[in-house]
Design a protein around this ligand. Structure first.
Ligand code: AP5
Ligand code: ZN
Length: 215
């Protein structure tokens, strides 16, 4: 199963990807997570990416295309993969097409998570993530048992640097301008399944699985 999770910042791509990994046993490829790991490791690419990410802008296409091309060739992608946060521009979608053709792979579906803008801002400002295992929480919608502590591993929860309100507004603008055109791009390819992302996390997950069975 080769999938893309498409949707604006805070739509629930990461949350849903984690649940799909458990169900299908295929890896999540999150360019956001990979870039944050590079920033943390202080690599040259990480240092360049940090300025873009902190302002809510996109990292240059050639950087992310290169990362994803390498990652898709790793052994654990043999049974399939869930792309989360990639592609985000038309050139990235075109590059993905040619990379998959080279590797003899095909996309099965593009899941588009649809959420109102006001809800997105509330989701992002309330998001907390575990520093140790990466598990996501929400102060209101998916709170940890003990404030500030990860239920899964006891790690410390933190707020992402780009989840401040002014950066969030810029990320939304960038999404509208550069990523939203991919909805009609994949509609034309006959791959798009639109899902109501305003529902509870578990309901969104079951709608995604139902759409994948139908497709
Ligand atoms: P990235 O990390 O990809 O961020 P994003 O796309 O902005 O998405 P988010 O991770 O913010 O949201 P999500 O949809 O995963 O939501 P989540 O499940 O966490 O990218 C960060 C930056 O990296 C970019 O700005 C860019 O600079 C760079 N970058 C990354 N990829 C790139 C690319 N391809 N090209 C160029 N640059 C790139 O949910 C959010 C919160 O809501 C959580 O707290 C969760 O608990 C809660 N929640 C989830 N679902 C629900 C629900 N149904 N109801 C209530 N609450 C919910
Ligand atoms: Zn944890």
């Amino acid at each position: 199963m080769n999938l893309i999770l498409l949707g604006p910042p805070g739509a629930g791509k990461g949350t849903q990807a984690k649940l799909l990994i458990e169900h299908f046993g295929i890896p999540q490829i999150s360019t956001g997570d990979m870039l944050r790991a590079a920033v943390k490791a202080g690599t040259e690419m990480g240092l360049k990416a940090k300025a873009c990410m902190d302002s809510g802008a996109l990292v240059p296409d050639e950087v992310v295309i290169g990362i994803v091309r390498d990652r898709l060739q790793e052994a654990d992608c043999g049974k399939g993969f869930i792309l989360d946060g990639f592609p985000r521009t038309v050139p990235q979608a075109d590059a993905l097409k040619s990379t998959l053709a080279e590797l003899g792979k095909e996309l099965q579906a593009v899941i588009s998570l649809e959420v109102d803008i006001e809800a997105l801002v509330e989701r992002l400002t309330g998001r907390r993530t575990c520093r140790s295992c990466g598990k996501g929480f929400h102060l209101r919608f998916d709170p940890p048992g003990t404030a500030g502590v990860c239920d899964a591993c006891g790690g410390e929860l933190y707020q992402r640097d780009d989840d401040r309100e002014e950066t969030i507004r810029n990320r939304m603008k960038v999404y509208q301008e550069q990523t939203a055109p991919l909805v009609s791009y994949y509609q034309r390819d006959g791959l798009l399944a639109a899902i109501d992302g305003m529902q509870d996390i578990a309901v969104v997950q079951s709608d995604i699985r139902a759409a994948l069975l139908e497709g």
